[in-house]
Design a protein. Structure first.
Length: 310
């Protein structure tokens, strides 16, 4: 049986889509183009990743860009996003999700359906924010409270060497224990939904991963990549320590990757303290990867469930 909010959500999507189509008067076949674009991006990307857009979809977007200009192309992509949510709701795919994940997914669909013109700034085919929204709309990505979850990710073997020869045996053992290098669930922060980016929301995300193993038994565990997995962050920004310490307490490992400009940009973008420490040469942001094997994450969830019942 469908969740109760869905019929009302579909009606709102239809209304919003009608309004967007009215803003594309120069495209007499805009409905057909939107349907064709959605059909292309609904195909699971597999190892190509959630950011993959098929050549046919790119060609459709390019044709709209030529015919309707930049603003028209952005309206087209927003319409495609809403149409993709509607298509997903009308399929059986949402019903197959674990109950916990389904509830988060429907919450994200409600959020996407409420988009106004402010979101058009992100409606570009290569924009990370748009691709995450499209991933949620098509179930290329799952909603997991604090983060979105990519079920088709993995780890490059080059990670084995990033810690130097001294750490190579330990890293080899870690991935041998996991069962290989892919597939893993990969968690990503999503700029348009940070309401649950806190310790409780993060724990909920991990529980979503655990529930999703039933839908994806081939997945070996969970990974994440960020500057905030760096152990030194605990002393600089202790309010973020849970992002590393909670998984580590559950058996996860954090692995050094590199010192790079992206880590610097991300680590210093929202904190005057981290910016000042970096400028003074007292903090050097780095990229780290978190790896949590399936069995360890499942055991963590069982322990947490036991605590919740007591």
């Amino acid at each position: 049986m469908r969740d109760q909010p869905v019929p009302d959500l579909e009606a709102r999507l239809d209304e919003r889509l009608g309004a967007l189509l009215a803003r594309l008067p120069g495209l007499s076949d805009s409905s057909e183009r939107i349907a064709a674009f959605v059909a292309c991006v609904e195909v699971p990307p597999g190892r190509l990743g959630f950011k993959y857009i098929a050549p046919e979809a790119r060609a459709l977007h390019a044709a709209v860009l030529d015919a309707a200009g930049e603003q028209g192309a952005r309206i087209f992509l927003l319409a495609c996003l809403l149409a993709a949510v509607r298509s997903t709701l009308r399929s059986s795919r949402v019903e197959k999700l674990p109950a916990r994940v389904r509830a988060h997914q429907l919450r994200q669909f409600e959020r996407i359906a409420a988009h106004d013109d402010a979101v058009l700034q992100y409606c570009r085919l290569k924009a990370d924010v748009f691709l995450k929204e499209l991933g949620l709309a098509t179930l290329r990505l799952y909603a997991g409270a604090s983060s979105v979850i990519d079920p088709h990710s993995g780890v490059g073997r080059s990670l084995l060497w990033k810690g130097g020869l001294r750490r190579l045996p330990g890293r080899l053992l870690l991935f041998a224990r996991a069962g290989g290098f892919r597939p893993f669930f990969e968690v990503h922060v999503h700029k348009l939904y940070l309401d649950e980016f806190n310790e409780a929301g993060r724990n909920e995300c991990y529980r979503c991963c655990v529930d999703l193993y039933a839908l994806h038994p081939e997945v070996l565990g969970m990974i994440g990549g960020s500057w905030f997995y760096d152990p030194v962050v605990e002393s600089i920004s202790p309010h973020l320590a849970y992002l590393r310490t909670v998984p580590e307490a559950g058996g996860a490992r954090v692995l050094f990757v590199s010192h790079d400009e992206q880590a610097v940009a991300n680590a210093t973008s929202k904190s005057e303290k981290r910016r000042a420490l970096h400028a003074a040469g007292r903090y050097r942001p780095a990229s780290w990867t978190l790896v949590w094997c399936k069995r360890d994450q499942q055991a963590w969830a069982r322990r947490l469930d036991g605590l919740d019942r007591n």
